[in-house]
Design a protein around this ligand. Structure first.
Ligand code: ZN
Length: 217
């Protein structure tokens, strides 16, 4: 079907204008007929399948990108929506790096799995571990979170939330976990950072703090 000049078929919206977000005002705007990104297609009672975001193919384009990231980088970071991985390190482009995300950007067994595959099958060699300020994992403790889940569900998780209180500590812990893993072959280029979600600054964290560093040298 066609809405506001755009084709709309089986839940996928293909814009005629190239804009992902159709204007709701002015010429070409669909007004009440304009599909909302997340609104039910058929209003109340629409099934989940038909209620999916109609992002789809609007920005899709064919590429000849390799399976191997162009920069040879694997970036591990938090799933926090404020961490824009396309802006990290001066801008990561399409096809440049593997990006592995989870709650906290911590190095879990599954992160090691992804890094092992990234290096062995994706030919990456540099690992960037990026934690950030104001992370949700600084607001809980592993025990509190597990207790809460156990209370509410009757089951205690086999995993830890991997909470932390200090970003620098979390970065160093992540570096140590990567270095300790026998499954990650290339460890010559492991670097850690804390991303400031307010300023957008990326600060590198030294592997070990240098106490009493000489000045003026
Ligand atoms: Zn976070």
């Amino acid at each position: 079907m066609t809405i506001g000049g755009s084709s709309y078929d089986d839940g996928w919206w293909t814009p005629s204008t190239g804009s992902l977000f159709p204007s709701t005002h002015g010429e070409g705007g669909g007004g009440a007929d304009t599909p909302s990104l997340f609104a039910p297609v058929d209003g109340e009672g629409a099934s989940l399948g038909r209620n999916r975001p109609v992002l789809g193919r609007a920005g899709w384009r064919a590429t000849d990108l390799s399976r191997f990231p162009r920069l040879g980088w694997a970036i591990v970071t938090c799933m926090d929506s404020r961490v824009d991985t396309t802006e990290l390190f001066g801008g990561i482009g399409h096809g440049d790096a593997h990006v592995i995300r989870n709650a906290g950007g911590v190095v879990t067994d599954d992160t090691v799995r992804s890094l092992a595959i990234s290096q062995r099958l994706g030919r990456t060699s540099s690992i960037f571990l990026v934690h950030h300020t104001d992370c949700a994992l600084t607001t809980i403790t592993d025990r509190e979170f597990a207790d809460q889940l156990a209370r509410e569900t009757g089951s205690r998780p086999a995993w830890n939330a991997e909470a932390f209180t200090d970003g620098d500590w979390a970065v160093r812990r992540s570096m140590e976990k990567v270095e300790a893993s026998p499954f990650i072959p290339r460890k010559h280029a492991i670097r850690g950072f804390v991303y400031d979600v307010t300023s957008g600054d990326l600060r590198e964290v030294r592997r070990r703090p240098v106490a009493h560093a000489p000045r003026g040298r």
